[in-house]
Ligand binder design. Structure first.
Ligand code: PLP
Length: 338
């Protein structure tokens, strides 16, 4: 594993914070140049111990296999930074997919191989296998359920069985899916990283909490490279609260799933809707007669959807909202049948 890590990163001697050097919780703390005044005056736990303990129980995985990031966007960026030599190594994505992979690759000066998904938005393995032995390919990113298409990606283990570099599986929408997470597979595949987030099902997009599950060796590298206090105290608290109220979150997920069924039914009755792609997520990719004009009609009444016309012809990505929000959307679309 360690030989996959960038040379400059291998040599890093990580920053040792005040909270690393003295781990006790009680005392007179004169070691971190904090203010003695206020409620948020102390640096947060750099290792997010309480949050990891909770996640470890819920996900049945050891604490040293967990990394907490400032959103999954930090996880994605760290994966590029740790494993890809800028200007030299390559990463691979299957398109269409989440736009941040391309941005992160560009920021890190990593050449991105873009392999198209097939007509069912699944991996074409004959096509993909061509790249697996490319010695400069270090990282494959797979989003499942995939954004913006909504479907789960089949056969990810085929990749894990043939590719020796790092495989990041982004499961931002896994809580809405009936398919099992690849999380438990991190003990089988030392090169697998599974990213999840509190931004979608857990309703904490504002708090910026992303999680990576992987072999403890990989987690050690994440910890060496991350900024020492990458997750704020407020954000750690927010995530802990959400986990403590998990039954509420789970019932919200069920509600969103029911709303999704309703929305699919209602959309399918409109003749401006040409196709609704199957979704394991909290959004639908919908093909309209004319995505640009339908998108603009919705914006006029302040209903904002994601126009994906440039990515999948005439498609709009629609997030499942509250019951009232979804009804408004349907009413506006019904009345625009012209
Ligand atoms: C929304 C989303 C995320 C979440 O990113 P955060 O930084 O955790 O908010 C990650 N990956 C995909 C594919 C997403 O759609």
């Amino acid at each position: 594993m360690n030989n996959l890590v960038r040379k400059s990163i291998q040599k890093i001697k990580p920053y040792s914070s005040a909270r690393d050097e003295y781990k006790g919780l009680e005392g007179i703390f004169l070691d971190a140049n904090e203010s003695p005044f206020g409620d948020l005056n102390r640096y947060p736990d750099p290792h997010q111990k309480k949050l990891k303990t909770e996640l470890s129980k819920i996900k049945s995985i050891s604490e040293n296999a967990i990394f907490i990031g400032n959103g999954s966007d930090e996880v994605i960026d760290l994966v590029f930074r740790i494993f890809c030599e800028p200007g030299k190594d390559k990463a691979l994505i299957f398109q269409p997919t989440y736009g941040m992979y391309e941005v992160s690759a560009a920021i890190n000066d990593v050449d991105l191989i873009k392999v198209p998904l097939n007509e069912n938005f699944q991996i074409d393995f004959d096509n993909a296998n061509f790249y697996m032995n490319n010695p400069s390919l270090k990282l494959i990113l797979i989003c499942s359920p995939n954004n913006p298409t909504g479907n789960s990606i089949d056969g990810i283990e085929n990749i894990l069985n043939t590719f020796n570099g790092i495989v990041l599986v982004d499961e931002a929408y896994i809580d809405f899916s009936d398919n099992v997470s690849l999380l438990q597979k991190v003990t089988t595949y030392p090169n697998l990283i599974v990213a999840q987030t509190f931004s979608k099902a857990y309703g904490l997009a504002a708090a910026r909490i992303g999680v990576a599950y992987a072999n403890p060796d990989i987690i050690t590298w994440f910890n060496k490279v991350k900024p020492p206090y990458n997750v704020s105290e407020l954000n750690q608290q927010a995530a802990l609260n959400a986990l403590q109220n998990r039954t509420k979150v789970l019932s919200q997920i069920e509600l969103i799933k029911r709303e999704k069924k309703k929305l699919i039914q209602n959309l399918s009755e409109l003749n401006i809707v040409k196709k609704i792609y199957p979704s394991d997520a909290n959004f639908l990719l919908v093909e309209f007669d004319d995505a640009d004009s339908r998108y603009n009609q919705l914006v006029k009444v302040k209903i904002i959807t994601r126009n994906r016309n440039s990515v999948v012809k005439n498609c709009i990505r629609i997030t499942i909202g509250s019951s009232e929000e979804n009804e408004k959307l349907i009413n506006v679309l019904k009345n625009s049948l012209t």
